[in-house]
Design a protein around this ligand. Structure first.
Ligand SMILES: Nc1ncnc2c1ncn2[C@@H]1O[C@H](COP(=O)(O)OP(=O)(O)OP(=O)(O)O)[C@@H](O)[C@H]1O
Ligand SMILES: [Mg+2]
Length: 443
């Protein structure tokens, strides 16, 4: 199959040729024709398998076929993502794929001045890629309206629909006109999120381009068991021993700060990216890492999802993430687009329940080892054999009230302030707790 077989218009085919994309990936082959036909989609495919083009190409083709140009405050395609760096990356992908199309587009996220974003949006845009918090700020300041949104894309849709973004997503769904097309994409969808999505979408086509919630096989996974207090020491030892050239090191915020100080003290070329840093510093750290100016990027889960770092060879998990699905996304920063990669996790005894939940999710036992001189005093128990495992903890899903039903009469409920009330005190409070646990960019 070729991209031409998918009925894409000539300017998009020319852009794909320029990017040297020869054949569509499985998720692209399944999603593009259905999205072009106007279907709602819930599409799951492993990390690094081209989901961005799978939603961006049809999302660009539909407005390109519109005869009228956008009016003041109009937005035709709205793409929501959980972090600022991902917003930047997804917008750049839209620019690449839409290179030969005369469309207007904007990326909007917090941590940078809102003024230029307000000004741009007031003239209307074909495409808006945004993080949810900044989107609502712009909406409340009447920079744009939802009336002309024909396509809504949620990238990393399971994260977008979990409680952390409930307030923002409730407001968006309440304000959208009916009907519109909704495209949900992620490498992981829990059963709860699938059922919530079922209520949000209209007769969706469900695409599973690979077995559900699995890690991509091009990533060689392993773990080293070690005592908690010796993880930083072990990492520095492994760095010296293996002379790793490029490593993305993922950790909770506290571990990030401590490790960066240690690495800087020992003279390793490292930088850090986490939610406490100003946005331009965060983006600069990522750019320097991508360009090979620094060999170690220490980051929180703000770097766990969606980021596409060309041929990144190694991801190290300082600690296991607090949500099993995030493990799949974290290790998916390597082994992308057919390349191979390595993912190594440093695991201590306290993390045994999380390890069990991860191994259950990915239906794989991760190869374990010990490093000489670092044998743990506290052993990490083996995961129980199949059938004897306890169930992994259930994740909370978004407000049950969110949904297309709620979107009826949208005009009346289009005030995000009301939507907050609609989410209910309980859901909002839980949302805030969740948002703290999962580093994402509300703004
Ligand atoms: N058909 C294709 N041919 C060649 N390369 C492609 C093709 N589609 C996508 N790619 C490249 O594959 C890489 C991964 O794509 P993308 O970032 O869209 O993956 P993803 O499925 O969204 O991953 P994640 O789940 O981590 O977000 C990118 O560098 C992209 O340019
Ligand atoms: Mg992606």
């Amino acid at each position: 199959m070729t991209f031409a077989d998918l009925n894409l218009i000539d300017p998009l085919l020319r852009a794909l040729e320029m990017l040297a994309y020869q054949t569509p990936t499985p998720v692209q082959a399944q999603a593009i024709p259905a999205a072009l036909a106007g279907r709602d989609l819930l599409a799951a495919a492993q990390t690094g398998t081209g989901k961005t083009a799978a939603f961006a190409l049809p999302a660009l083709q539909n407005p390109a076929n519109e005869e009228t140009s956008v009016g003041p405050g109009d937005v035709r395609v709205l793409v929501l993502v959980p972090t600022r760096e991902l917003a930047e990356q997804v917008f750049n992908s839209f620019c690449d794929y839409g290179h030969f199309l005369p469309l207007r587009g904007l990326v909007a996220y917090g941590g940078v001045s809102i003024g230029p974003q307000l000004k741009y949006l007031r003239n209307g845009t074909d495409l808006l890629v945004a993080t949810p918090g900044r989107l609502l700020d712009l909406y409340q300041q009447r920079a744009f309206h939802f009336d002309e949104v024909r396509t809504l894309v949620l990238d990393e849709a399971d994260r977008m629909l979990d409680l952390g973004f409930a307030r923002e997503l409730d407001a968006v769904f309440a304000a959208l006109r009916h009907p519109h097309q909704t495209l949900l994409f992620s490498a992981t969808f829990s059963a709860d999120i699938r059922s919530l999505a079922g209520r949000l979408l209209h007769a969706p086509l469900q695409i599973d381009a690979s077995p559900r919630n699995t890690a991509v096989s091009s990533v060689k996974q392993s773990l080293v068991t070690v005592d908690k207090k010796r993880k930083t020491e072990l990492f520095c030892h492994l760095l010296k021993k293996h002379r790793w050239e490029q490593v993305l090191y993922l950790s909770a915020p506290k571990g990030c700060r401590h490790l960066l100080e240690t690495l800087e003290y020992q003279g390793f070329p490292a930088d850090a990216s986490h939610g406490d840093k100003p946005q331009h510093i965060r983006q600069r750290a990522l750019d320097r890492f991508k360009q090979g100016e620094i060999s170690i990027l220490v980051a929180t889960d703000v770097a766990a999802r969606g980021l596409d770092i060309d041929e990144l060879p190694l991801v190290v998990n300082f600690d296991l993430p607090s949500v099993a699905e995030d493990y799949v996304h974290r290790i998916g920063r390597t082994g992308r687009a057919g390349a191979s990669g390595v993912a190594l996790s440093l695991v201590c005894a306290d993390e045994a329940p999380m390890l069990r939940a991860i191994e259950q999710l990915i239906q794989q036992t991760i190869r374990r080892s010990e490093e000489r001189g670092f044998s743990p005093e506290h052993r990490v128990p083996q995961t129980a054999p199949e059938g004897q495992q306890s169930k992994p903890a259930k994740r909370p899903s978004s407000s049950a009230k969110t949904g297309r039903a709620a979107a009826h009469g949208a005009k009346k409920a289009a005030n995000p302030g009301r939507s907050k009330a609609r989410s209910g005190g309980k859901a909002s409070a839980a949302g805030q707790r969740k948002a703290k646990k999962n580093p994402t960019d509300r703004h």
